[in-house]
Design a protein around this ligand. Structure first.
Ligand SMILES: Nc1ccn([C@H]2C[C@H](O)[C@@H](COP(=O)(O)OP(=O)(O)OP(=O)(O)O)O2)c(=O)n1
Length: 489
């Protein structure tokens, strides 16, 4: 049925392409489908305290999309699969949604999702949720995995929902563009400035580590094994060339983009998101998230920035909040609220608005009065309300400007995680003066840990309810960054 046809289309640009290229091609842009796919892989890596048991069931990431907008970001927990969590969290609201899984879901999940009336289920075409690659598995469990794959195929061919592989090739210079922009990203530059020999070797080393790690997680290194897996999960159409080699290339490129972006918010020395005002408070609203969660969310914002319509400055923003107690999601108590990137008003064509910056003398043809900022889009298109009694936080890849700071505060967001390179700057059409002064909102900016001279204080850092391990001690962090940065620390 259409599932198989769609799968065969996977490696090429699908007819249902959502590549909203309103731009004139000055710079490559991530398609929505690829953004959702990257988010699903990234959600599989959401930091969690739960001990991952060696099991045939692999952790998966899931993105729930309604009308091409993200309405849920989830990952499996020890007790529940990502698909089951989506069912619990969204129920019948899953009707007509598109789901992006980092692994082909098992029959237990698929039957419920299909039953909820979803529109499309797209999955990453490597090892499925019920692993076929698990070396530890006995022939018995491998047989079970194969049986499950058959059941999934049966559910797929009898359902209205399309179950397919939906990857789009990246624009030809996308990988290079992501690499260049990541090296120039504020966070990397801030580290470079703190280095006596000022170079980006540490970034290159971090990126290589990430590439190796993600390739082993998300790709099947042997072509033969990959083909065998595809055959077992009903993707024999993709085993023929040129589909197979295109598919592998697309997958490799996406993993490369993910690793490159992840390395741009590196685990490096004592750098992290800290409140420079060193206000120490017991109020939970103002306590920082564990660094690994803050990094994870900032990397989501970085990915969003590659959907920008501003051909000079891409910005991404994502809002998360934390429930009072830990839920069933692999994200612990954290839940997704909304996300956005800077773009011109919805539905506009490239020529409708000026795109010039402040180098342009004629102020009338500058972009600033027309472009909607990442934070503004995240607030406008949020899928959940911001609750005054919960800790909510926005992650922005750039310093919030004077238009956005009062909006963030007014919306009741409790914490801002951002870069502060532009803080205090006053430009002709956009200023960053209010960020430094805003009260009642905690600001965590990318910097050296102000307490790093006092290792004892750092050792005492928090243990949290949101499902994440204790903040690592200074020694642990240094050890980890030495490992990651191959001696450049
Ligand atoms: N927190 C922020 C800050 C900015 N922007 C967006 C709005 C504009 O699209 C762009 C403006 O960024 P800059 O201040 O960097 O201005 P320019 O793009 O003109 O670059 P510069 O003046 O630094 O050369 O970023 C955003 O969405 N969210």
């Amino acid at each position: 049925m259409h599932g198989a046809e769609e799968a065969a289309e996977g490696p090429r640009v699908s007819a249902a392409s959502t590549q909203t290229d309103s731009m004139t091609g000055q710079m490559p842009r991530l398609s929505k489908v690829n953004l959702f796919t990257l988010f699903s892989l990234w959600m599989e890596l959401f930091p969690s305290t739960e001990q991952q048991k060696k099991s045939q069931v692999k952790k998966s990431g899931l993105v729930v999309v309604k009308n091409m907008k993200i309405v849920g970001l989830h990952c499996s927990s020890t007790d529940l699969h990502a698909g089951q969590i989506a069912l619990i969290k969204h129920g019948s609201r899953l009707k007509n949604c598109d789901l992006y899984f980092s692994r082909k879901p098992c029959s237990t999940c698929l039957k419920m999702i299909v039953n909820a009336g979803v529109n499309r289920i797209s999955y990453w075409p490597a090892d499925p949720e019920i692993s076929l690659q698990n070396e530890a598995s006995s022939p018995m469990t491998t047989d079970d995995a194969k049986l499950d794959a058959k059941a999934v195929e049966r559910l797929k061919s009898n359902s209205r929902a399309r179950v397919c592989v939906l990857l789009q090739p990246l624009g030809c210079s996308m990988v290079q563009f992501v690499e260049e922009t990541s090296t120039k990203f504020d966070f990397i530059q801030k580290i470079v400035k703190s280095q006596p020999d000022s170079n980006t070797d540490f970034y290159t080393a971090c990126r290589q580590e990430r590439i190796k790690e993600y390739e082993s997680l998300f790709l099947i290194s042997s072509e033969e094994m990959h083909k065998k897996t595809l055959m077992t999960i009903g993707l024999e159409n993709l085993c023929e060339n040129p589909y197979f080699s295109n598919l592998r290339q697309n997958m490799k490129d996406l993993v490369l983009v993910l690793a490159t972006v992840a390395a741009s918010v590196p685990v490096f020395g004592c750098f992290g998101f800290y409140n420079g005002e060193s206000q120490r408070t017991n109020e939970t609203d103002h306590q920082s998230l564990p660094q690994e969660i803050a990094r994870h969310c900032m990397i989501q914002a970085r990915l969003l920035a590659y959907r920008t319509e501003d051909h000079k400055t891409g910005v991404g923003a994502i809002i998360w909040a934390e429930e009072k107690s830990r839920g069933c999601d692999g994200t612990g108590a954290m839940y997704f609220v909304g996300c956005g990137y800077n773009a011109f008003p919805v539905g506009s064509e490239y020529a409708d608005f000026p795109h010039m910056d402040d180098k342009q003398k004629d102020r009338e043809i500058r972009k600033f009065r027309y472009i909607i900022h990442a934070e503004q889009n995240a607030l406008t298109f949020r899928c959940r309300e911001i609750k005054p009694d919960e800790r909510s936080m926005i992650f922005v890849t750039k310093c919030p400007c004077d238009e956005c700071v009062p909006l963030i505060k007014g919306a009741g967001i409790k914490q801002i995680y951002a870069g502060d390179v532009d803080a205090g700057k006053k430009k002709a059409d956009i200023s960053y003066m209010k960020f430094g002064e805003v009260e009642g909102v905690s600001k965590f900016t990318w910097q050296l840990n102000p307490l790093h001279t006092n290792a004892l204080e750092f050792h005492d850092s928090t243990t949290r309810e949101n499902g994440v391990q204790k903040t690592k001690s200074l020694d642990d962090q240094q050890h980890q960054s030495k490992k990651l940065c191959l001696g450049h620390y």
